[in-house]
Design a binder for this molecule. Structure first.
Ligand SMILES: Nc1ncnc2c1ncn2[C@@H]1O[C@H](COP(=O)(O)OP(=O)(O)OP(=O)(O)O)[C@@H](O)[C@H]1O
Ligand SMILES: [Mg+2]
Length: 249
């Protein structure tokens, strides 16, 4: 009698579905215990996803949270290439294709308080199961019509999974302007927008080059002050999203 090949079961869709369900269940147990998952994504490239992820990671680290970054942009690997100096506390960064995130996350999520996932812009379809276990989708976007019209790709998926989302203007001239308010009105289908925009400031680029967050500038610095305000609002939005979902704070 021929024995069934064990490896044959891996290509059976019913088996992979069981695996995915198990990973999702494990992740949701940890979320209920307090682990936060934030996905940062936008269909448009170069809008500041990695910049936001790295700065948020240090922000949560300064709050004594254990932070994991999953860098799913496996072509660019901006988060993985961040030249964080040895000896400086920082997040754990792992690279993973989007389709493998759930399995990898399920294996390690118990060790972290917050997981930040930096997704590639083209991965909107593959992102659906990841967004289903996320507390929030955060989409940085430049304040332009071209960039805002790309928001639909991920926000549509988040809405289908009943995952809250938040749009953060990046590379704005100032934190609040009449032009930004006008764009919020024009693109009201993508609300909510964070009240304070990330400004276009050389300090953000400079901090990345030195493996630092803008929050780590020793002296007062425009980018540090800007991101302090942005980060506080993002934290509040995530807490609110978790409270609405009945998740532990
Ligand atoms: N607020 C800002 N002020 C100044 N420069 C910024 C700001 N945000 C991002 N940048 C710069 O813009 C470029 C793109 O940013 P980043 O890599 O974070 O975007 P991304 O969305 O992750 O891009 P990709 O789609 O290529 O992954 C980088 O050079 C970054 O340093
Ligand atoms: Mg990036």
């Amino acid at each position: 009698m021929r024995r069934p090949l064990l490896s044959g079961s891996l290509s059976d869709p019913s088996f992979s579905a069981v695996g995915a369900t198990r990973a999702t269940d494990t992740i949701n147990v940890e979320r209920r215990r307090g682990a936060i998952i934030a996905v940062v994504a936008n269909g448009k490239g170069g809008c500041g996803k990695s910049t936001l992820v790295l700065n948020m990671a240090i922000g949560y680290g300064q709050r004594k949270q254990r932070v994991l970054i999953i860098d799913a942009d496996i072509e660019q690997k901006t988060a993985s290439k961040w030249p964080r100096p040895a000896g400086l506390a920082g997040p754990v960064v792992v690279a993973s294709p989007t389709v493998e995130i759930l399995d990898r996350l399920a294996a390690v999520i118990g060790h972290y308080d917050i997981v930040l996932i930096d997704l590639a812009g083209r991965d909107d379809r593959a992102a659906a199961p990841v967004l289903a276990v996320a507390d929030i989708l955060i989409s940085p976007a430049k304040p332009s019509h071209q960039d805002l019209s790309e928001l639909d790709r991920f926000i549509r998926v988040a809405k289908a999974k009943a995952t809250p989302h938040l749009v953060v203007f990046n590379e704005a001239t100032r934190e609040t302007t009449g032009e930004l308010s006008q764009l919020v009105q024009e693109f009201s289908q993508f609300k909510p927008f964070l009240p304070t925009a990330m400004q276009q400031l050389a300090g953000y680029r400079r901090a990345y080059a030195y493996g630092r967050s803008v929050l780590e500038y020793k002296q007062a610095h425009p980018a540090k002050e800007n991101f302090c305000r942005v980060f506080r609002q993002i934290e509040a939005a995530i807490s609110q999203a978790r409270a609405n979902a009945g998740m532990a704070q």
